[in-house]
Design a protein around this ligand. Structure first.
Ligand code: GTP
Ligand code: SPV
Ligand code: MN
Length: 584
């Protein structure tokens, strides 16, 4: 059905390696979706949920050892090791092709290979790029159908060109010991084997739209970032756009779908994207961003009608739930959904479960895959081929003590330093120890497809070319008191912080200069309606700088930067300036 020669030849070559019984070319049609769903339900790969309550919704359980991204098994395979840099795992491309080639050899025997053409970015946008994923998983096809513009539209965009990202995925035996997610940025290629978990296998997402795309962006003068994009509409109908980079499971989806508190009459927040932003410099010298994805692959636990009604409403139909609890009436439940658990259910492992068992019913990294256009707050501009102009960039993470609720960088270069020194406590989105602080520059530590020293350099270069750069801020919703309680109510109340940020962008409010940047005056963060939860004292506490904590923080930043041979001198200079301002 498709006539592109380069695609055909590559598919033939990969089929020779993986030896599937059949090859199915995906067109993205409704009939195809129906057929694949039926097949996956018949084999138990997917379970049809209560079609009255959750029309078009399906449930999937991954293998118990396959529930999150595996960063220690994720590799950047560049010819020169230095080009992968000190923060990435590196493998020589020849070695990687050899090693994974053996694992792929015959891995699709007895199975069907699906050829998925997909488009990252809106149809007809100069930002957009084509990828093709070969996979032996129907779950992957159906997820890619939601997360990307999949099928004919992508092939039509590609035409006769050979400019596409080649992705090969096989579940193989789901063997943890032989699980590899390898990226070959110099060959536009991704090979992923022995996993069935989203972030490892939906190759358009982290693998292409961040790791490969960040490398492309460096070559071509644009940026691929782990950022949400939202628009704030004021009562006069003016919309300002904000992009925000927070590490995995640190609040991007929630902020992107925020509903302003009652006091902020006439304001509205629009969702453009919840995870990834591709950004270019416009002719007007501003930074313009698109969301390359078409769906949300969101964290389920903690999502409720109270914390994120827009996400709940988005997932009422045509959604694939992964690793949540299946209830007796064949709907879904997870910790923090805001309704009582069923008396009994089936947990994410597929076992009978009761709330009394003391075990979590849903995996902490259980997810929903839902079409973006079902989101009640989806921006009218979300598929604008030109993107949206960004007024402010936010960096943020989970910091119990050091980072104040919000501060503004002095300028772009200092903002790049603020991003480069981001740290956050680890979450369930990746395997490994939870809750330990690790440095995570721009929330890109697991997703940068090249040397992060060069990446910082690229940010600095972009700043020089932007005649109207966005202002750069740092936010922290996760500061705690001595009893580990969150000091800030978060979620919808984060709007109060966005409002200060936009007031800064519009030059409407002044600020206090501190060693780390501009801090809000307490009276400039509006507390109307939450005075009972956040007193002035508490707000002051949220904005406080603890000098001892900052001393340790700077030491940790310094140690991190010592790993880099290619650290731009500007970053070093910024660190020295910070120490001077503190008098350390
Ligand atoms: P990825 O999809 O992994 O990139 O995650 P994300 O950055 O989109 O995170 P998400 O919005 O899904 O939030 C992850 C977790 O953080 C959820 O359990 C939320 O309940 C919690 N969370 C989000 N926003 C806030 C907040 O403002 N305050 C607090 N305390 N928790 C929050
Ligand atoms: C993240 O971990 O940042 C996610 C989910 O958004 S995944 O697709 O697994 O990367
Ligand atoms: Mn993410």
């Amino acid at each position: 059905m498709y006539t592109n020669k380069a695609v055909q030849e590559w598919v033939e070559e990969m089929a020779k390696l993986t030896k599937p019984d059949d090859i199915v070319w995906i067109d993205g049609s409704e009939e195809e979706k129906k057929r694949l769903e039926e097949e996956a339900v018949s084999t138990g790969e997917l379970t049809e949920l209560n079609q009255k309550e959750l029309p078009g919704c399906l449930l999937h359980r991954t293998a118990v050892n396959d529930v999150a991204r595996v960063e220690h098994r994720t590799f950047i395979c560049t010819k020169d090791k230095e080009d992968a840099g000190p923060t990435n795992n590196w493998m020589d491309p020849k070695e990687a092709y050899g090693k994974l080639g053996k694992l792929f050899d015959g891995s699709m025997k007895g199975r069907t290979m699906y050829v998925i053409p997909y488009l990252m970015g809106p149809v007809g946008s100069p930002f957009s790029k084509v990828g093709i994923e070969l996979t032996d998983s129907i779950y992957v096809v159906l997820n890619m159908r939601i997360m990307t513009r999949m099928g004919k539209v992508a092939m039509d965009t590609l035409g006769n060109s050979n400019d596409f990202v080649k992705g090969l995925h096989s579940k193989a035996q789901l063997d943890e010991e032989n699980r590899y997610i390898c990226h070959f940025p110099e060959d536009n290629t991704i090979w992923s084997v022995n996993s069935g978990y989203g972030g490892n296998v939906l190759l358009g997402k982290k693998c292409f739209a961040l790791r490969i795309a960040s490398y492309m962006g460096k070559q071509e003068g644009w940026m691929a970032e782990h950022m949400l994009i939202l628009g704030v509409e004021d009562p006069n109908g003016n919309v300002s756009y904000i992009a925000g980079a927070f590490p995995s499971a640190c609040g991007k989806t929630n902020l992107a779908m925020l509903i302003p508190p009652a006091y902020a009459k006439g304001y509205k927040v629009w969702t453009v994207g919840d995870d990834i932003a591709w950004m270019r410099i416009g002719e007007d010298g501003r930074l313009w961003a698109v969301n390359p994805e078409a769906g949300f692959f969101g964290v389920a636990p903690g999502t409720s009608m109270k914390s994120n009604p827009n996400a709940m409403l988005t997932t009422r139909k045509n959604t694939i739930f992964t690793n949540v609890v299946q209830t007796p009436d064949n709907t879904v439940w997870w910790e923090g959904i805001g309704v009582d658990p069923p008396q009994e259910g089936i947990d994410w492992k597929g076992n009978p479960w009761t709330p009394e068992s003391g075990e979590k019913g849903a995996h902490p990294n259980s997810r929903f895959t839902a079409p973006a256009n079902q989101c009640p707050s989806i921006s009218p501009e979300w598929e604008n081929p030109e993107g949206v102009p960004i007024s402010a960039i936010l960096f943020g993470g989970r910091r119990a003590r050091v980072a104040p609720l919000v501060y503004q960088s002095f300028d772009w270069e200092h903002g790049v330093f603020v991003g480069a020194t981001m740290g956050s406590e680890t979450t369930a989105a990746a395997t490994g120890k939870l809750g330990v602080v690790r440095r995570d520059p721009m929330a890109m530590l697991p997703f940068c497809g090249y040397n992060m020293g060069d990446y910082f350099g690229h940010w600095l270069e972009m700043g020089k070319k932007l005649t109207h750069p966005p202002l750069i801020f740092n936010v922290n919703w996760f500061r705690t008191d001595d009893n580990d309680n969150f000091l800030w109510p978060g979620f919808g109340e984060n709007f109060r912080v966005l409002k200060w940020i936009l007031a800064r962008c519009n030059g409407e409010v002044d600020a206090l200069e501190s060693p780390i940047g501009y801090l809000p005056k307490v009276e400039d963060i509006e507390l109307e309606g939450i005075e009972d939860k956040v007193s002035i004292d508490r707000l002051s506490q949220l904005l406080e700088l603890d000098e001892d904590a900052w001393k340790d923080e700077i030491k940790s930043q310094e140690e991190f930067f010592e790993k880099f041979d290619r650290l731009p001198k500007e970053i070093k200079g910024q660190l020295e300036n910070l120490k001077d301002r503190f008098g350390f």
